[in-house]
Design a protein around this ligand. Structure first.
Ligand SMILES: [Zn+2]
Length: 259
């Protein structure tokens, strides 16, 4: 009798253990799926940062950015937490360029993105629509009639209409500044932050010279790959906070506009 009782007790204990294990492993079925937002605060805050993801374009590539986040420890596989590593080009998605990107002497002297002026990256900014039929030439910049005293301008172009940042395959027919447009901007305006809506501020046919014209003084900050869809042109407060990485000539940045 005592032995039977003991067997029952052991069986009950085993069953209890099974219940506990099942309970632990059961997924939390009632957790709603997460959503990412483009606007906050009743539409007063616009997130103008593209979410880094495998399907976004990568410079000169047909295959997009590819896998960015890789779990190196996973709860599914028994770890106490989920822990990932990230791997991507420093010019991925919405990002800033440092003077060291196109000047070797600036690279040697340490002008990485962590040396960019936070005052330039944060403050009043004008969002303007650029004529859709051409690259940004001197004529085009002139025609925009950007008032003196404006220090930050985000140029919205055909790239936004064509949704190029949402297409996996890199498209070299995007529009951007030509070097004469950059020269005109440097010589005739007070602009210290230039933002554009594809992976480069400069047109594909005039890459090096345009970047060099803008970066030479080490006073102008270039923000590339901005998400400017569905926002009215006008004056906003811009806030850009690039990652602070020693030695990086480009780094992803979070940028928001507040209206
Ligand atoms: Zn860049």
């Amino acid at each position: 009798m005592a032995r039977t009782m003991r067997r029952v007790q052991i069986l009950l204990l085993l069953q209890l253990c099974k219940w506990v294990i099942t309970l632990e492993a059961r997924p939390l079925a009632d957790v709603p799926i997460a959503v990412t937002r483009e606007f906050y605060g009743n539409g007063r805050i616009f997130d103008i940062t593209h979410r880094i993801n495998p399907e976004m374009p990568s410079w000169d590539s047909k295959n997009g950015v590819g896998q960015v986040v890789k779990l190196v420890a996973s709860m599914k596989n028994g770890s106490n937490d989920n822990l990932s590593e990230m791997k991507f080009s420093s010019h991925t998605g919405t990002h800033v360029d440092a003077p060291s990107h196109f000047f070797e002497e600036y690279y040697e002297a340490g002008y990485d993105t962590s040396t960019l002026d936070m005052k330039t990256l944060n403050g009043p900014a004008l969002l303007v629509d650029v004529p859709r039929n051409s690259n940004i030439t001197a004529e085009v910049v002139k025609s925009l009639k950007i008032p003196k005293g404006i220090h930050r301008v985000l140029f919205r172009t055909l790239n936004t209409d064509r949704k190029l940042m949402f297409k996996k395959e890199f498209d070299s027919s995007y529009v951007g500044f030509l070097s004469d447009g950059a020269k005109w901007l440097v010589q005739n305006t007070d602009i210290k932050l230039v933002g554009l809506d594809y992976l480069s501020v400069a047109a594909y046919t005039d890459l090096v010279q345009t970047h060099r014209v803008l970066l030479k003084s080490r006073e102008i900050v270039i923000v590339e790959g901005l998400k400017l869809d569905d926002i009215k042109p006008g004056l906003y407060d811009l806030h850009c906070l690039p990652m602070r990485v020693l030695g990086a000539e480009g780094t992803p940045t979070r940028c928001i506009l507040m209206g």
